[in-house]
Write a protein that binds this ligand. Structure first.
Ligand code: ATR
Length: 508
């Protein structure tokens, strides 16, 4: 954690001109602490103007001229790079703000003349080492190598290829003695090291101005506004209680961190939900435990994999056979499921009803999500038809509640017509592509159509249903209400209204 007690953000500017970089910096000035000029991204003619950048930026600046082999754009050779560094660091001005505060020099770029200039003029050296392809066994030795000088800031960057790789890095990073350093894991597997840079003892986290249309400077960067507004960078501290969102890479598009972290902020909770993309639930749990986390939200496809790890299963977990919420109880984990309640609340609210007796509904899908929907519809008295691509899975789910079942193809058309008060789409079809799992079915216009997908906010199915005159609903409210249930379990108090009030953000 940095001196002022809150984590710092360094914005990486990779524009083609100094002017473009400064224009973008203006939009972010209020939310960033440091600026990195990626001089290797500048047009060659602009590179000769880098000396003037700190004075114009008026924030502590880091100069980086990243070589091609280290993931940057600089290809003109070490001689030219040396000249550029020398030019940028020379002629120091009395006002320190007009000089570079830091310069990023790779481990193999040991140039006494540049180092001398840095020492004389008060520019601190960030001594970096990159592992671009995975994490070798002896990566700790590379850190020892770059951490030799007390006045330098060692920066180790690794690129985990799996969640197991990331766990190795995390286990090491937790043990390494704290000092001013930067420990970064890139890409989706390394997200935790960026959102929780402060837990790694990193002096700052690097971010890219993505909302301003600038290219991402390194894989895994967030936009600085998201670090402030979604990950509460202005609030979190060493005592902050951590919760994980455990799922596959698709969780990076999830709105759960946005919702929960807004609620934590609003209620003054010193807590944070962090997305943890992993290859297996066991890896997600390991990361959660290494971070000392208090709970987790679990999503596709791990809601069933979590069951063997639970010391306590709630009634809904037992009935549904899936768990979406973990709560730490002493040394063990208790598992709950808030999906059925979240679905029920959003559907009844939409319909303006208290129960569904007399309603006939079709459930499309028989996976984890569909299992929660089936329980909720059963509890509220609806009679249902289950359609699934894999016939046996649809049959098994339907039999639990004495529902009808059928194939997910045009053989089901007439049956859907009979069970068409409410249609619930609970497969992943339509999430990534414009696909409609019941394209064979012609809407009458009287159906209520509920697609659990909220990203995109209107799937092809919902568009088609709406055009036919149906009332349609996506999964955003269900997400909010199942999240409200998670808050209640984690905080042991009623959830704030924010879960019911927050509109679906435009970006989803
Ligand atoms: P979730 O927890 O989101 O429900 P899941 O348990 O993997 O995820 O279930 C996915 C559901 O989407 C299943 O009903 C699956 O059908 P199968 O049982 O036949 O696998 C359904 N599904 C996924 N891809 C599909 C596709 N391309 N066409 C039809 N159904 C699909």
């Amino acid at each position: 954690m940095s001196k002022k007690g809150k984590p710092k953000i360094c914005i990486c500017l990779s524009g083609k001109t100094i002017e473009e970089n400064l224009r973008i910096l203006e939009r972010y000035r209020a939310v960033v602490d440091y600026v990195e000029l990626r001089a290797d991204c500048l047009e060659p003619s602009e590179r000769f103007n880098i000396r003037s950048f700190p004075e114009k930026a008026q924030l502590p600046c880091i100069l980086t001229i990243r070589r091609k082999q280290d993931g940057g754009n600089f290809e003109d050779g070490e001689g030219v790079r040396l000249v550029l560094f020398a030019k940028a660091l020379s002629f120091p001005k009395p006002d320190a703000k007009a000089n570079y505060a830091f310069v990023d020099l790779e481990d193999d770029f040991r140039t006494p003349v540049i180092e001398e200039a840095c020492h004389t003029f008060g520019t601190r050296i960030v001594r970096s080492h990159y592992f671009h392809d995975g994490i070798p066994e002896n990566f700790g030795a590379a850190y020892e190598q770059i951490a030799q000088e007390d006045d330098e800031i060692p920066k180790l960057v690794v690129n985990p290829q799996s969640s197991a790789d990331f766990i190795r890095f995390l286990e090491w990073a937790i043990r390494v003695p704290k000092r001013e350093h930067l420990l970064i894991a890139t890409g989706a597997y390394g997200i935790v090291s960026r959102v929780l840079a402060w837990r790694f003892g990193s002096m700052w986290t690097y971010a890219s101005p993505l909302h301003s249309g600038m290219e991402i400077a390194a894989p895994g960067h967030f936009d600085p506004f998201d670090l402030r507004n979604i990950y509460n960078f202005d609030l979190v501290n060493e005592q902050t209680e951590l919760y994980s969102l455990i799922g596959q890479h698709s969780i990076l598009a999830s709105l759960s961190p946005y919702l929960h972290n807004k609620a934590f902020r609003e209620m003054g909770k010193d807590a944070l939900l962090v997305p943890t993309p992993v290859d297996s639930f066991a890896d997600g749990l390991k990361i959660l435990e290494l971070l000392g986390g208090k709970g987790a939200a679990i999503t596709v496809p791990f809601k069933e994999d979590v069951l063997p790890f639970l010391a306590f299963h709630s009634t809904d977990v037992k009935r549904i056979g899936a768990c979406n919420t973990l709560v730490r109880r002493g040394d063990a984990w208790a598992g709950y499921n808030t999906d059925a309640d979240g679905f029920e609340r959003s559907l009844l609210e939409f319909l303006g009803k208290q129960d569904l007796s007399g309603c006939r509904a079709t459930i499309i899908g028989a996976g984890g999500a569909a299992k929660s929907i089936a329980l909720a519809l059963f509890r509220k008295g609806a009679r249902c038809l289950v359609l699934n691509r894999t016939y046996s899975a649809g049959r098994d789910l339907a039999r639990k509640y004495n529902f009808l079942y059928s194939h997910l193809d045009d053989r089901a058309s007439d049956l859907i017509s009979e069970y068409s008060d409410i249609l619930v789409q609970a497969t992943s079809v339509g999430m990534r592509e414009e696909l409609d799992p019941i394209s064979f079915y012609e809407f009458k216009g009287s159906e209520v159509v509920f697609d659990l997908i909220y990203h995109p906010s209107k799937t092809l199915l919902l568009k088609r249903a709406e055009e036919a005159g149906c009332r349609v609903l996506n999964g955003y409210k269900m997400l909010c209400y199942q999240a409200a249930g998670q808050y209640k379990l984690w905080m042991d108090e009623p959830p704030p209204d924010i879960y019911a009030q927050l509109e679906q953000p435009k970006f989803s």
